[in-house]
Design a protein around this ligand. Structure first.
Ligand SMILES: Nc1ncnc2c1ncn2[C@@H]1O[C@H](COP(=O)(O)OP(=O)(O)O)[C@@H](O)[C@H]1O
Ligand SMILES: [Mg+2]
Length: 257
């Protein structure tokens, strides 16, 4: 099946709205010796690369939607694990932070089971979202300045026993309400939709959701199923981002994406 046929098969009107930005597979452009930030954060390390251009395209598409409707809190999810949710969240958050019109971005690690955003940002933090939700930590104590300008992180915190309960609690809703005032954008990195209920619960609290699809791995039926699960949780799907695609992208496809 060609790439275009693949897109046609999974597309819906909302996917069209985002134009399916796609990120080539081989995207570690250089080894980074002077930093312990995750070297997949290409938007930081290689801002002029074609890959970072794809993230900027995603940002501009989101900004276009934002002109018409409220879009401040954006959840990034996928059907299964290791499709590229966290790397997409990181690069999207960095790309938004680089926008001249943007003053502040908050990246929230809502994967209370396996989240590692603090490690990716070279921070290694013990206290985070789960501590706020479970133990009542102060909001201020779980917001951390990162090495990237204008980007703040709310890390996962201690591994929680019942993430779905915590994420669906009134405290989570109240937290988002409270922090909304302080940031232009809030990006929520989530666990996979199919495995656990957590993701749907978080996605429903966002203004819009981006679903990551891993090219060559995620099956069409699975994408359809996770899309239905999101709809059931009353989340608003904005569109899809395709990761791990083969590089170089044929010119014909480039024109399309
Ligand atoms: N666009 C991409 N292209 C190639 N590899 C990627 C891409 N995004 C992520 N990866 C790799 O895939 C793996 C899983 O990524 P991650 O963002 O942690 O997935 P998830 O959060 O969905 O579990 C990581 O090893 C990462 O290096
Ligand atoms: Mg992840």
């Amino acid at each position: 099946m060609s790439f275009l046929e693949f897109i046609k098969n999974i597309q819906d009107k909302q996917a069209d709205a985002l134009n399916m930005p796609s990120l080539p597979k081989e995207f570690i452009l250089k080894s980074v010796v002077d930093s312990n930030l995750n070297n997949h954060i290409v938007a930081h390390f290689e801002p002029d690369s074609p890959l970072s251009e794809q993230y900027r395209r995603l940002r501009e598409n989101l900004k276009t939607i934002r002109k018409k409707e409220k879009l401040q809190t954006i959840a990034v999810t996928s059907s299964t694990k290791e499709e590229g949710k966290s790397i997409t969240s990181l690069n999207l958050a960095v790309t938004l932070a680089k926008d001249v019109d943007c003053k502040s971005v908050l990246l929230v690690d809502c994967d209370l089971r396996r989240g590692m955003l603090d490690v990716s940002l070279d921070l290694n933090l013990k206290v985070g979202l789960s501590d706020y939700l479970f133990l009542g930590a102060d909001v201020e104590s779980i917001l951390y300045k990162t090495k990237i300008d204008k980007l703040t992180l709310m890390p996962r915190g201690k591994i929680a026993n019942d993430p779905a309960e915590l994420l669906g609690s009134n405290r989570m809703e109240a937290l988002l309400e409270k922090i909304r005032k302080n940031f232009d954008y809030i990006i929520l990195d989530t666990p996979p939709v199919i495995a656990v209920a957590d993701s749907g619960i978080v996605c429903a609290q966002a203004d819009g959701v981006i679903m990551v699809i891993r090219a060559g791995k995620t099956q069409r039926g699975i994408v359809k199923h996770s899309t239905e699960l999101l709809e059931q949780s009353k989340a608003k799907l904005l569109g899809y981002v395709l990761t791990h695609i083969e590089y170089p992208i044929p010119e014909a496809i480039y024109r399309y994406v």
